[in-house]
Ligand binder design. Structure first.
Ligand code: GDP
Length: 609
């Protein structure tokens, strides 16, 4: 009896897994969702699929019906009560669904366009899934685009494939293989779902079409199977509330509302809740728990139904006073009878504080702005991997004060006077201020596009500085004069490069010893304005290469051969501390080890410390 009671309890207490759909833009995430939501009228599917806030709920009965075509013998057993699929596809909503780093989303579908393979956002999604240790399957979507594909609406994939001609099957096979290789390169072993022997070791690839519905039964079954195999433990129903804010929205008649995914526990009207806001913790009482009115009741006055209480897992809209400034991605806590409200405040604030504390101690770095807690965290993780230092962090739209804060970097570290903004709006005044003051604002909705833009910006800055530094860079050389063609104004001589390399613009000097005082004298000749060999200009002449004719010019009065120096005097490039620093900064790879040693030898001649 005890056993039976236990079994009954565990069955009742299993909650529905929460599933997210991720992938690159245009792979068909929205279309796939639409397709699985579609009620199949001919087969009289009632299904009980309910549209929720930010999510769609599929009771197990509807999934059973949708997978019937590949489960004719009914052997596959469904143990979950249903499936909650998050409606707003993309890594944006996924990264918000987290609690202290772990994911509230239990499983995910990563959508890949079979014709395109892995794309930038696919890789980004994979990184998120890996970081959160979220089990996932891959929908290889748009199989109907394989050339010559013959469709059977809503069919199981295996049967559909077996009915295709050889050419289609071959194209499929080759694209599948390419995909597997691409996944392997990212460190994931993958297998076509019906060849996968271990869902723990291999990611299942399930070919689908959001247009014909083929493969969708397989996809749904796999998702349930993955949940049942990998995570029954974490699907136990808990009375402790686990909830996250997915979106913050102004709704007519309700004011500011939050869309919340409740992954565990119960929420009741009137509950005291605590969540994170831009100005600190928000404490308020739930005024209304809203879910969408069923379609047939749309003639009712409100698009929403009021609920006295709601039970996990589901998506619900909460209306409450004082929700302005609520942050998407924030946890939502309920103040229980034994809780100290201020403890809960500290807890939600720590989520934001943790992110804000991840700035450089030196105070030198870029500014970062993101739309939600989740995306800010993902962005900071990414920038850390790329070794881009961050000095300021913000959430929400970019205003002038944010740009001004970033502008303090113009003094401290000019290169970092840049804002990397992910999925946020830039206020007009803020943009104008940035433009006027030379602060760069980069915006993107793919994290690593921001990185690309910023890197490009850094390269441009380096290139510009390199350009500006051209006159400052002095490559080391030692020359011996083999002929004097013109003694002065300008000096034109034939030289051999006996050490280092001679480049255009190099300042040249002889070092004489005063015959009377014995003191060292530097005779500066000016800069090299032409290097010729066989009457052709050459940009550089290196040690050991044939002699060249060089012209050396000077702004003022130039020394003269025969008076201030002799043909027998060795000539040197005139180096300085600044010129050496410049080489180190911009031309390190253009200077050989021998040349660095030559610099060391030349230093005392020109009294460089
Ligand atoms: P999302 O950006 O990932 O949500 O992609 P959408 O669902 O908006 O789809 C992008 C485009 O691809 C739309 O034009 C869809 O009609 C098309 N599409 C999506 N799925 C399929 C599919 O399975 N087959 C074909 N042929 N086109 C598809």
């Amino acid at each position: 009896a005890h056993q039976a009671a236990l079994a009954a309890r565990s069955k009742d207490d299993l909650r529905s897994p929460i599933c997210c759909i991720l992938g690159h833009v245009d792979t068909g995430k929205t279309k796939l969702l639409d397709k699985i939501r579609q009620t199949n009228v001919q087969e009289g599917e009632a299904g009980g699929i309910t549209q929720q806030i930010g999510a769609t709920y599929f009771p197990v009965e509807s999934i059973r019906q949708k997978t019937a075509v590949i489960n004719r013998d009914g052997k596959f057993e469904f143990k979950v009560p249903g499936l909650l699929i998050i409606d707003t596809p993309g890594h944006e909503s996924f990264s918000n669904l987290r609690s202290r780093g772990s994911s509230l989303c239990n499983i995910a579908i990563l959508v890949v366009d079979i014709m395109h393979g892995l794309e930038p956002q696919t890789l980004e999604s994979m990184k998120l899934l890996r970081d959160r240790k979220t089990p996932f399957i891959v929908a290889l979507n748009k199989i109907d685009r394989l050339y010559g594909w013959k469709k059977i609406e809503n069919n199981g994939f295996q049967e559909s494939l077996s009915l295709q001609n050889k050419a289609v099957q071959n194209e499929f096979k080759s694209r599948l293989d390419q995909t597997k290789v691409a996944f392997a390169e990212q460190g994931f072993n993958s297998e076509l779902f019906y060849e996968n022997k271990s869902m723990a070791k291999y990611v299942s690839l399930v070919p689908t079409s959001a247009h014909t519905g083929e493969g969708i039964p397989d996809m749904l079954k796999l998702i349930v199977q993955l949940t049942q195999e990998r995570m029954v433990g974490s699907l136990m129903y808990l009375s402790e509330v686990q909830a996250t804010v997915l979106e913050v929205k102004q709704i007519e008649g309700f004011g500011m509302t939050i869309d919340v995914i409740l992954s565990n526990g119960i929420l009741r009207e009137g509950d005291r809740i605590v969540l994170c806001g831009v100005e600190g913790a928000i404490k308020t009482n739930i005024r209304a728990l809203l879910t969408p009115a069923p379609l047939k009741e749309l003639r009712l006055k409100s698009a929403y139904v009021h609920n006295k209480e709601v039970k996990a897992a589901l998506g619900v809209k909460i209306s409450a006073p004082g929700l302005e400034g609520a942050i998407a991605g924030s946890r939502l806590l309920v103040v229980g009878p034994d809780d100290d409200e201020s403890d809960l405040e500290d807890e939600v604030e720590s989520d934001l504080a943790n992110l804000f504390s991840r700035v450089e101690r030196s105070g030198r770095g870029v500014s970062v702005q993101a739309s939600t807690l989740g995306s800010l965290e993902a962005l900071l993780d990414f920038l850390k991997d790329c070794k881009i230092p961050v000095a300021n962090v913000g959430i929400g739209p970019v205003f002038k004060r944010d740009v001004m804060q970033c502008g303090t970097m113009l003094e401290k570290a000019k290169d970092y006077a840049a804002m990397l903004c992910f999925d946020v709006k830039i206020d007009k005044e803020a943009q104008a201020y940035a433009d006027e003051n030379g602060i760069k604002i980069f915006t993107a909705d793919i994290i690593y596009h921001l990185f690309d833009q910023f890197n490009k910006h850094m390269e441009e800055l380096t290139e510009k500085k390199k350009e500006e530094s051209k006159l400052l860079a002095v490559f080391p050389c030692v020359l011996s004069t083999v002929a004097v063609f013109n003694k002065t104004g300008p000096i034109v001589i034939g030289v051999d490069v006996i050490d280092g390399q001679l480049r255009l613009n190099t300042p040249i000097a002889a070092v004489k010893t005063n015959t009377v005082t014995g003191a060292k004298e530097v005779v500066s000749l000016g800069r090299v304005t032409s290097i010729e060999r066989d009457h052709k200009q050459v940009p550089v002449c290196k040690k050991g290469q044939p002699s060249v004719a060089v012209k050396i010019e000077m702004g003022g009065h130039q020394p003269t051969y025969g008076r201030h120096l002799e043909e027998s005097d060795q000539l040197y490039s005139l180096i300085s501390r600044a010129s050496i620093n410049c080489l180190k900064e911009f031309y390190r790879k253009d200077v050989s080890n021998d040349e660095w040693q030559l610099i060391v030898k030349l230093k005392p001649m020109f009294d460089v410390a």
